[in-house]
Design a protein around this ligand. Sequence first.
Ligand SMILES: C[S@@+](CC[C@H](N)C(=O)[O-])C[C@H]1O[C@@H](n2cnc3c(N)ncnc32)[C@H](O)[C@@H]1O
Length: 475
Amino acid sequence: MKIETVIAHSSELLRIVSNSTQPTDNFLSDYFRKKKYFGSKERKFASNLIYFVLRNLTLFKFFYNLLRERNNWISTKNEFESICYIALMLCYCCPNEFPDFNPNELIKKIEQEQSTESILQLFFTNDFENILSIIKDNFTKIQDDISNLKLEDILISKESRNLLVNRYSFPEYLLESILKNFIDINSLINLLENSIKQAPISIRINLRNSDIISVINSLKTSEIEPICSQISPVGLILNKRVQLNELDVYKSGKIEVQDIGSQLISLVLDPLETDNVLDACAGAGGKSLHIADLQNDKGKIIANDIEFHRLKEIPKRAFKNGVKSIQIHHFNLKTKQNKLIELNKGNLFDKVIVDAPCSGSGTIRRNPIRKFQINERLISKLNENQLNILEFYSKYLKNGGILLYSTCSILPQENSELITKFLQRNSNFIPEDIRPTIQKSNINKVHLLQDYMVSTDFREDETDGFFIAKLHKLN
Ligand SMILES: C[S@@+](CC[C@H](N)C(=O)[O-])C[C@H]1O[C@@H](n2cnc3c(N)ncnc32)[C@H](O)[C@@H]1O
């Protein structure tokens, strides 16, 4: 396939995914499975280009509009196709600013004689030099303006916020929501810069089945050089994208794929071996499996969810890990009847974890289109649901028990503000100091918001954004 054809297909796919609510990875794998004429090299180039454009979409649209104003020619071209070429132009003129995407290498694999420059010249024809200098000069100006920004400017001036919105393709609603968490500009810029990078692949070691050294050695035999997480004591970051499910270390239940921040949730819960735990929003069981590992499989975990198709993954994953202490429970929202207490032999639970449905603003590096779909209306709908779910499942906790609330969001509305509201409405719950557990579990580099609330975000490149609050039910 010619490289121009791959770019044309990629731009059409981009148009579809940017107007869809389906996760991009599912959409792309379905699409490529059906279109057999896409070989593995074409698939790699197209998906890398699509993700690169989605992460930086506002920036590339900014240049598209700028060029349209100055140049009649570009307005006659297909918008998404032009955006793809603008993306390639930015990689071509400022490669150090976009280290995550190296089109040259991928293009050569598809058409040996081609380079980024040659395909840009073909597309932009006689205007190539002119467009190159417009893009280069304007990009340099944006970078210079940002380097002179102060936090006060961003707080008071929409124009300053727009600079960041355009450069980092970070929507204004998200930026305004997180601003209150920052007291210095450098850490804000650091977060924004990392928010447009590719998220790493991270794994959690099942300590019941293995240990860090053995897992590292075994990965090295497959030419993977893992790096120890600086945050999670059981986390490793992989240096390349591999099919983990083909490795023995995975098949034998020694590791699980899990984001670093997500690994902290079960560690902060800190279950005793004897605890009965309700994992109220268990999904496919990532946290349940970790809790079972921490309990040496000696406790009892009820993994509950309203979506059976997610829950049904758990028995397979538990079998692979040799875990027997997890029981799944499908809560049917239509009948509203459930057997949670029956399954726990008529008792309330020692610990309840609510890993609530949320905006996913902490995982925008993996699903970048999500950042453009989050708005005030969505957040207020989610907040209502989050509070209802938290109050509903908190009733299954025994007096003196621990309630843990978590999200993969970086927005205070879904995190600290929601917990404050919960505490105001439920006087039988009080904050539980998280610091001793953090110390005991060897967790580092997290942001302590209050003694009982902790978060991670992309300021640490190795993790997605997560929030955890730990509460205690009074006797
Ligand atoms: C953030 S995901 C949880 C991910 C999961 N804990 C894991 O580790 O993979 C939120 C889950 O909440 C579930 N959910 C939504 N409303 C619910 C409710 N009322 N009761 C229980 N689960 C619910 C969703 O189906 C979804 O699986």
